[in-house]
Design a protein around this ligand. Structure first.
Ligand SMILES: [Cu+2]
Length: 189
């Protein structure tokens, strides 16, 4: 498997919230500490954002937002295998670095296979599963994944988008399931 475009999150030391000041100086010092504390919380390594696959042959959280360097972990809760392949809609070319494969699992109680990716810079990272979808050039010139005609599922192509951003509003919009590594309802198929 090609290696991930991984980057390591910086290791940040946070200040102790202790101040020798008294009175108004103390309040000002605490305010300054609060601000630096907020910046420190921002710089802490962010927890992974999880994208799950199940028997519907879809990425359940098909649009997620992450910070630069924050891991996106693809979790296969399906019995079948899937791939996660980055592509450029403008050119139709696929990525050699954003290119993963995950094996299936028999079901709850068995280990799941995962693929982790991180992106260094903000941007839109499109991907699809090459087992269950195929890239096709549209009349306007854009390339989009289509559901493979021979594949089961709900009719939508197996694809998704990772938004790499520092915008707190986008980051707060992730579906609730993306915070959990394992979802309780496996859906084999
Ligand atoms: Cu697939």
């Amino acid at each position: 498997m090609p290696h991930d475009p991984n980057v390591r999150s910086p290791n940040v030391r946070c200040p102790n919230v202790r101040s020798p000041f008294r009175g108004p100086l103390r309040a000002a010092a605490l305010a300054a500490l609060f601000l630096s504390g907020a910046a420190c919380a921002w710089a802490k390594p962010a927890p992974p954002v999880y994208v799950h696959m199940n028997g519907a042959n879809e990425f359940l959280e098909n649009v997620v937002a992450v910070r630069p360097g924050q891991p996106v972990v693809f979790v296969d809760e399906d019995t079948g295998a899937h791939t996660i392949v980055g592509y450029n809609p403008a050119t139709g070319t696929t990525s050699k670095r954003f290119d993963g494969v995950v094996a299936g699992t028999p079901g709850p109680g068995h280990p799941v296979h995962t693929y982790t990716v991180r992106f260094r810079h903000p941007g839109l990272k499109y991907y699809y599963c090459s087992v269950h979808a195929e890239l096709a050039k549209e009349p306007g010139g854009v390339t989009l994944p289509k559901k493979r005609p021979t594949v089961g599922g709900y009719g939508t192509p197996m694809d998704g988008l990772i938004i790499v951003t520092t915008d707190p509003h986008l980051l707060a919009d992730n579906p609730a399931t993306s915070a959990h590594r394992i979802l309780p309802h496996f859906f084999g198929g």
